[in-house]
Design a protein around this ligand. Sequence first.
Ligand SMILES: Nc1ncnc2c1ncn2[C@@H]1O[C@H](COP(=O)(O)OP(=O)(O)OP(=O)(O)O)[C@@H](O)[C@H]1O
Length: 381
Amino acid sequence: MISITLSLTNFRNHHQTVVEWGDHVNIITGPNGAGKTNLIDALHYLCMGRSFTSSSDQYVVRQGAASFLIKGLFRGNIRSQFEIACAYSRGEGKKLFVNDSPLERHADLIGRVPVVLVSQNDRKLTGEGPAERRSFLDALISQTSPAYLDDLIRYRRIVRQRNRLLFEHSMDRGYLNVLLEPWNRQLVETGARIISGRNKMVSKFCKYLKFAHEQLAGSGLEPAISYKTFCSDQQSFLSLNNEEIADAYRSELDEAYERELDRRQTVIGPHRDDLVFFLDDMELRKFGSQGQHRIFALALKMAQLYFYRDELEDLPVFLLDDVFGDLDPSRTDTVMNMLLQHNGQSFITAAHPDKISGFRDQEHARIAWYDVKDGNVSSTE
Ligand SMILES: Nc1ncnc2c1ncn2[C@@H]1O[C@H](COP(=O)(O)OP(=O)(O)OP(=O)(O)O)[C@@H](O)[C@H]1O
């Protein structure tokens, strides 16, 4: 998928910005605070319907304005040109449009322009709690499977309903059981499909991770991922069908009932699961060096790119925010060369472009350079 143009109105420090992109590698330079990340975040809005830097749309509206508008023209392999727009106003909230037609659900946008994002938040992927890893895995699968995304949305609603009942459980135990039962059935059915989807994805994804990791780190320690759910024996879990997973889930749920009453929330299921990362037999989170964490996180994203390249009809848009700051010169060259060899379109911000200035004199046909100052973008040679 190719982003042809991006236009912003009152989007953070961009008052009125229109950019025409190159088809391959787009490098966005400029001093700190100039508005480089904002361009990438705007593209992320058009792909995923939300910011990756801000928890709320209201902070994204340019100070002093009442609304923002992002528009992007795209070109795909199978679809002719189409426009995506995201409009937000303080009174009316956020609306998403494709070719001027409003989308009923935010979920309807996901997968239209597949995207892979590399950002400073990736540090949390290998280091912090399981939520970041679950959302990586969910975003990875959701962009290739609308059915998985629907299950995820349904599952979250079921967990919310169950939690509400468990929270208000001062009622008679028998009555609570009656109220919980329909939610329990839906929870295990939907949850089993999610667990199965995640398990399958993890086993498919490992080969892409190995390939990307080897490109970045050279041959040596081999990366691996395991999906950690309520069943401790993941291997045997892989051979189960959805019905069998649902049965296993149901018996774990029944066993956890007292704990649920105690904690007043749903304590077992995909919303609690995790991914465990390994280099050979070493668990990365416990034993990895900072450099190993960084390379592993970047390899996960490169692997996502390669996986989509094989699975989807259109290549994803690849967004890299401030990735070179953390990399040594040889790895910076490696990443640049990987992007130049990749046929899709990528966008890279760089506050210190000296690291990649060697590429200015080469590859004119494949690299477009942009400079940003105070929210104004100019194309440079
Ligand atoms: N709602 C807003 N209204 C106006 N300006 C905003 C708003 N939110 C953020 N900004 C401004 O946007 C700029 C930050 O933009 P951005 O994060 O894109 O910078 P950057 O060029 O990527 O910088 P760095 O190299 O430091 O990461 C800052 O100047 C900030 O004050």
